[in-house]
Design a protein around this ligand. Structure first.
Ligand code: NAD
Length: 385
């Protein structure tokens, strides 16, 4: 995939427009297509404004030159000369399958088709195509121009020869690619689940308040945002739906079980910051900044971090990604203060295992089962890195 190929982007929403911007700034001609004319107009106006701002800040030398690389298209046949088309439309499998099958009919035999899906199977999207060997996942994070991580996901059918060129292209776009197996949530959206799930569990059980948990994870854990603040920021329409999809895709493994607290927020339309109310009420300024008891900080952080470490270790055990890519994904994709395998090495696998086994003994729930790899490392006193 060389620098001179024309890049197609399907969907001009938050992610599509961001990905298109990254490709154009990297020097590519970009065809941005949306089936909603108003959305496309909005993307064009936003991109014009963003590129102007980047020029004022000295990040790009000429906004007009970058804008000239764009074709804003309302017809799918505009992709005819593209070498890579990245899809970022609505997160619905049947719609993505139809769109992939349509795009394939409008591009050359060698064109690579990539999906930016957060939680759907790349393999099932590829199965809708006549050339499934040319389909892969390229999962950017929001906002795409700012977040460095890109998960490169070969489907079962993907020609393995396409992986390295995709990684190289992402490097040229200033991104940090990691390779993930086509499993639910790939790396980040799988390994990060306990950050939300275990926090809600402790809150529902009355072990600590939302404010206490948020405060503990930031002040003692070193995370940039506490779990409740973060879920409100992401929006429950996105965060809850990813949790539910991952849970269903893992054949209802209790480790990923969604919560009623969050489901009710979604049902109420309390989607978080964007609607003024989620776990916190943003119409009452200062509610998220109440003074809190921090005597339980260690217990809170250890329980959530042990669950996160267990996910990372199990993902390593099941070959979802390499140890290096797991560390890169969690530090660059969700800005964790350090990689989870490093965290485990610093604690010692034995300590992490003791926390999980303690929970398992108390609850007798499969949710708290430790990965066999963690158990082995604890027994042998081995490190992960
Ligand atoms: N928002 C995030 O944080 C985030 C992060 C990573 C990945 N993703 C994934 O990226 C994809 C897009 O998410 P988003 O947040 O940008 O959505 P969005 O709703 O902001 O934008 C989707 C765009 O796709 C267009 N669209 C819908 N159906 C279409 C079709 N059939 N043909 C052409 N255009 C169509 C819509 O008009 C809209 O402009 C989803 O698969 C999502 O899971 C989202």
């Amino acid at each position: 995939m060389d620098q001179y190929i024309i890049i197609g982007v399907v969907g001009s929403g938050a992610m599509g427009a961001g990905i298109a911007q990254v490709a154009a700034v990297a020097g590519h001609q970009v065809v941005l297509y949306d089936n909603n004319a108003a959305a496309l107009e909005k993307a064009k106006a936003n991109l014009t404004q963003t590129l102007q701002k980047l020029q004022e800040k000295g990040k790009i030398s000429n906004a007009d030159d970058v804008l000239k690389r764009f074709t804003f298209a309302g017809e799918i046949n505009a992709f005819a000369k593209c070498g890579l088309v990245i899809e970022a439309i609505v997160e619905k499998l049947e719609i993505k399958k139809t769109v992939f099958a349509d795009i394939e009919k409008n591009v050359s035999d060698t064109c690579i088709l990539a999906s930016n899906t957060s939680s759907l199977s790349i393999t099932s999207i590829a199965a809708a195509c006549g050339r499934p060997q040319n389909v892969m996942g390229l999962h950017f994070f929001n906002p795409a121009p700012l977040m460095a991580l890109v998960e490169v996901i070969p489907a079962v059918q993907t020609n393995p020869a396409h992986v390295q060129p995709a990684k190289e292209l992402m490097h040229r776009w200033g991104k940090t690619p990691v390779v993930a197996k086509d499993t639910p949530g790939f790396i980040v959206n799988r390994v990060a689940r306990p950050y939300y799930g275990e926090a809600i569990r402790m809150y529902e059980e009355g072990i600590a308040s939302m404010e206490e948990i948020d405060n503990a994870m930031v002040q003692s854990g070193g995370f940039k945002m506490g779990p409740f603040t973060l879920m409100d920021y992401i929006g429950h329409d996105v965060n809850y739906v990813v949790t539910e999809t991952v849970f269903q895709s893992f054949f209802y493994d209790p480790r990923y079980k969604p919560s009623f607290s969050q489901k009710r927020l979604l049902e109420a339309g309390w989607l978080g910051r964007k609607t003024g109310r989620g776990f916190y009420n943003y119409n009452e300024p200062g509610t998220a900044d109440k003074p809190v008891d921090n005597s339980n900080n260690t217990q809170i952080v250890e329980r959530i971090v042990a669950m996160l470490i267990n996910e990372a270790v199990d993902a390593l055990y099941l070959n979802v990604a390499t140890a290096t890519d797991l560390e890169t994904a969690m530090t660059k994709g969700v800005n964790y203060p350090k990689g989870l395998l490093q965290w485990c090495d610093e604690w010692g696998a034995e300590k992490c295992l003791a926390i999980l086994d303690g929970l398992y003994d108390s609850y007798h729930e499969d949710r708290y089962r430790a990965s066999i790899l963690l158990r082995k490392h604890a027994k042998e006193g081995k490190r992960f890195l």
